[in-house]
Design a protein around this ligand. Sequence first.
Ligand code: TRP
Ligand code: ZN
Length: 877
Amino acid sequence: MKESQPSAIYLKDYKVPPFLIDKTELTFDLDEATTVVTSRLHMRRNPLDGKSNAPLILDGGEDVKLIGVAMDGYALPPEEYQLVDDKLIITATADSFILTCETLIEPQNNTRLEGLYRSSSMFCTQCEAEGFRHITYYLDRPDVMSVFTTTIIADEARYPVMLSNGNEIERAKTDEGKTVVVWHDPFPKPAYLFALVAGDLAVKNDLFTTQSGRDVKLQIFTESHNIDKVDYAMEALKRSMRWDEEKYGREYDLDIFMIVAVDDFNMGAMENKGLNVFNSSCLLASPKTTTDDAFLRVEAVVAHEYFHNWSGNRVTCRDWFQLSLKEGFTVFRDQSFSADMHSATVKRVEDVSFLKTAQFAEDAGPMAHPVRPSSFIEISNFYTLTVYEKGSEIVRMIHTLLGEELFRKGSDLYFERHDGQAVTCDDFVAAMQDASGIDLTLFKRWYSQAGTPIVTVEDTYLPEEQRYLLTIKQETPATPGQPTKLPLHIPIRVGLLNEQGQEIQAQYQGEHSTDVTLLLTEAEQTFEFTQVSSKPVPSLLRSFSAPVKLRYNYTADQLLLLMSADSDGFNRWSAAQQLAVNELTQLIEQASSGQPLAIESQLVAGLRSLLADESLDPAMVALILALPSQAYLSELAETIDPLAIRKARQFLKVTIANALSEQFAQTYQNNIITSDYQPSAQDIARRSLKSMALSYWSETSDDKVKAAIAEQFANADNMTDQFGALSIAVHSAHPDAASMLNAFYEQWKNEPLVVNKWLMLSASQDADDALAVVEGLMAHPSFDLKNPNKVRSVLGGFGQNVAGFHKEDGSGYRFLADQIIVLNKRNPQLASRLCTPLTRWKKLKPELSVKMKAELERILAEDLSKDVYEVVSKSLV
Ligand code: TRP
Ligand code: ZN
């Protein structure tokens, strides 16, 4: 272990920057061996700082070599500056001056994928959150906003495309024949939004005319072999631009908007001003190589990054504790966009299902933190589901509390007040409050309190008085560092159904309505409905109006009623899930105590009528048919017994499959599409139902299903159907599964994104020697430890491999820990994210828990990056 461990920084210690940088002029002399970066920073003391003699402290990195530093042209001798802990400190400075800094970096050796690095044959950058300091010394914090001019010098033969933020303003040749390109971005921005790309890239051009009639040039760049896969992203970009104008009144500001796809990228994509950089997995799409899910992800990520131009770039974060200011709001915006483009209910179910599985698990684990954290060791660890997804839920609740119109007034005020500024979550809420006149003081606790509230509902019906009372309690469990919790302001949307499933027109607070939003603000409150003509079945938390765990003792009959009749589509899904969870909970009990599994399933009846109802959206039917996932059931469990959960799910699936075998075969046939592939909501819906039906059908002994799977695999004209058939073959132990996997690899070995899917599926297959299979994949010619997508495919796939990963002897955990230790040095961000499954050790059954904990301890004994250290040390507390 290291002598001194990395320390935390705190929100409460925030101070304004002592210096400002009005202009930033950068010159990059790009070369395969070393890249020389020259910066000219036009600096002055910050009038808001008050002190007149604070030293200048610039952020740097261990991988940045300082060649020289000068002030107003005077080269500083070594005794006039200090280099301490990657910081460049200059004690004596004027009130305003130009600082010139020359640094040397080696992008080709940058495996962290932060700062300037190489991906295949190109140079690219990733500066959020604190990557810019790996390029040159700077005030690398989001509240220092500067106007950037960037000069790129490179060999045009190898790097014909040279890009940075803003507009290209100059192009020339040096005496040595290199090309010089100058870019200027007129909008002041923090360094995290800086970007540079250089390479031999193909481009697709398009045009967008804004609502005010300005033409914006749109360009998507990829390596030439991928340029045939950007049409969908380009169309998605234009839809996003239009939507932001119509929905938020936000028009694009520069004359050019560029997107570049790179293969090696730590995250999904990055919203650099005017020059978004994308993980190719979130940009490239074609029917033959891309599944429906991936098409939808491309659309959502293109929209997300585009929307950041206003929510993030024009108005940015004061400090990184405010990350959710831009991320929560932008996720809310991209979710609303996707809802408008496709089915709103389907989108809501998918988003909530993800939140309840992954964010709730985070909120219940050792890394639980508020949406606005109050401290961190490494900010990269806080690009979390809590900041993004729960952050979006907070914005959605504000939308629910204000309504569409006042919410828009609030967002207009927010953008108007803070354009060009770096602000806080409080500023966002203040704009919403001021524009609407609705008091959000109590509501703000959502930002500072971690953990998922548990909302318990009890009801009483008084037939003589036709009154119906709902008593609602809230309680938030303790989280690390927050032992006691306060009540939150929780909007709970409620409808009442009578026993025939019709909506009851009750009175609430003097108004007749079939759908009301109750405002829970105390630990316990009773809400009264009057003129309630019969005993209601409450439809609670409609559309998932708040990110809470709802407890109400529904009978199976009530759940079946809601499932078939609720006017809230989301709650129909939710009722089916609850019914399945109830049945699975019994089965899991039986499995973990070694009893034979048996269930009188009531879900079957509900699913039977569901399959018979042709008026329903096939996508909703597919979602309702999907059993609660292994991961969601693990989140719900007090103690996780992975194999018992798997066995219970499998048992219920087979039970349903056998009971409804003919319906599944029929549903499969009915949803075969004969026209050309389209990633439209309608066709995606039918393919998802077809695939769900095939998956159930594959669990029956009907001998026709094996042929159907093989046929679909061989003849599919699109990746959704081909990969769908392959996954079902692999997970249902189809006799041809192994040969299909091989054929799939042979067919697609030149398409890296498809190979990644093959890697993931291969790593997840149930096998006695699962670990050996995974080790084989990591030695496979298609594998590359430098590429985060490949690492995530194999290790992510292995994480889904219930028996292989959770092997009793701990070998699965040991293997993952070994990979984390290797990656800790090469790519700390990636290594840290891979730790997530290990952080759940406390909830595992004791035999497994000790094995997992031992691996965390083994990792902690290594010389760790801040990233991995923070996650592992906090997990062991
Ligand atoms: N701001 C990016 C987004 O949400 C996230 C991101 C991209 C990121 N690359 C990163 C965060 C690297 C941390 C490190 O769209
Ligand atoms: Zn984002």
